[in-house]
Ligand binder design. Sequence first.
Ligand code: ADP
Ligand code: MG
Length: 633
Amino acid sequence: MSATVEKGTISINTENIFPIIKKFLYSDHEIFLRELVSNAVDATQKIKRLASIGEYQEELGDLTIEVSFDSKKKTITISDKGLGMTAEEIKKYINQIAFSGATEFVEKLKGEDAKDIIGKFGMGFYSAFMVSKKVEIHTRSYTEDEKAGSLWECDGTTEFSIQPKAKTERGTDIILHIDKDSEEFVDEFRLKGILEKYGKFLPVPIKFGTTEEQVEDGKDKDGNPKYKSVKKDRIINNTQPLWTQTPSELSDEDYLAFYKELYPMSDDPLFWIHLNVDYPFNLTGILYFPKIKNDFDVQRNKIQLYSRQVFITDEVKDVVPEFLMLLHGVIDSPDIPLNVSRSYLQSDSNVKKINSHITKKVADKLGELFKNDREAFQKKWDDIGIFVKYGAISDEKFYEKAKDFILLKNTKEEYFTIEEYKEKTSEIQTDKDKNQVILYTTDPAKQDAYIQSANKKGYDVLILDGVLDSHFINHMEQKVEKTTWKRVDSETVEKLVDKDEKIESVLTDEEKESITEVFNTAINNPNATVAVESMPEDELPVVITLSEFMRRWKDMQKTGGGGMPMFGDMPEQINVAVNGNHKVIRRILEAKKSTFKEKLAKQSYDLALLSQGMLEGKALTDFINRSSDLITK
Ligand code: ADP
Ligand code: MG
């Protein structure tokens, strides 16, 4: 057979893009393998389709794709048994269409920050030149017989050659002659790593090398089993990952096992949502709700984005609603545009639709869980509350659905929906202006004295001690009409719900003034404001409160809620409410020596600090000494 070698120029009109391909995206050179393997997968899927519609009537045979390398020759080969190409098709698809596609991609890249291009899809076949000095395509189309076949060669210039070369098997071998400065890729460990990263769930089996397995091989003369090691193909991928299967045919164990496959070191997730959309866009996936640990950031970026089972990225910011970034799992959609920059992605209408669809699905699933099994939902609430609250704060549409299943937990570990809670507390916790006062604690142990006082009055106290709760409270105050949210220590219990019912004071105005003075001297703290109030006799002699407003700004700042920066640097302002009706006040007034007056005042004040866990160091030692002094006298 006389081999006619045809030479030509891939493109005359455009500039030579090869040097740019080589330089670009340096850190992402590894994606050449993803591109070539996914082409091999495409070609394999196509021959399967042709066979299924009767266009191809021969044996399909084993369709496994093989990736191999030769460390002496410095080559990497990707072989498929797909539909192959005729010489004419090579010219059309590789020389023309793929080349202009790559050119277009390179053009697009120039205007963007390379790091911004997620997925980097688009360069396709020509990404082979990121790592190769020469590329060969040896292929035979399913339409040709065994004596046929074509060999295309290109050495990284716009020149190419193409000639007939027989190929016994249908399909395509892509042979990369690796460049000197990319030889790191001609390495078993490296290649395996890349294949596992991008190809773990490809729909066609990918073989890479072999593994050895010990199998039983008869018995020795004593009757003990003998073993021999046999080589088996190492298949990189699971071709039918769970998200591609039918939800109704899957069990909880399947979902849990798949979770372990994705995140081998993680605890079991709380529950999951299987996404399955085909209109108006294509999207499948499984989103898992993990147990949230305190370390927020470690949990982010755990969702993996796939396009037809090819791994693209785990930076799904902008594709998944921000508040769901803490979820784990996979999303697979060929409709997410992958070869464009972030800024474009945010305004892309498909991405917006995907976003709102995911939001809706998650809200529906949570609503369903709540409705079907409230008990179980409550048990999970401490873990999932953070997602729901985050969603409620950051996404209006989500809040609209979530407001029916957001739960509020009180200090008695009872759970209420917002509506239920409003009803529960409306009678007793509505103030004179018809505002409902919702009381909460951010630290049940530390604020116990205040909680007890509130409970004694019949008030209920919510536990809102999560990292997001300061934002959540602000949000709820705006959303739930006619409510005021106050931390239980923000005022004395008398004033928490201002009903305009005053307790009579047993002190005269002069006595009040004198008491204020004693306390001011005893406390000697410029950040404390002393005021005498009338409280029930059995309340503590002194109650320390922190202004709700001031404290909230400080809290918000800690968790990064844009507020007024000046508050962050201000010392803690405390209000010292002296209970004018407490018996010790009478003792102070009647004491002869001013040192003793101050001693009693200081002791009362320290008791208040102590009840809040605010007494420490020297102040605590002084208090203990003073106490022992007082009980012996
Ligand atoms: P894309 O995959 O997006 O079409 P590529 O640049 O990756 O772009 O590939 C260009 C074209 O080359 C493919 O559409 C296909 O027609 C052809 N091709 C590439 N690799 C193979 C292969 N292994 N088998 C058959 N055809 C292939
Ligand atoms: Mg491709």
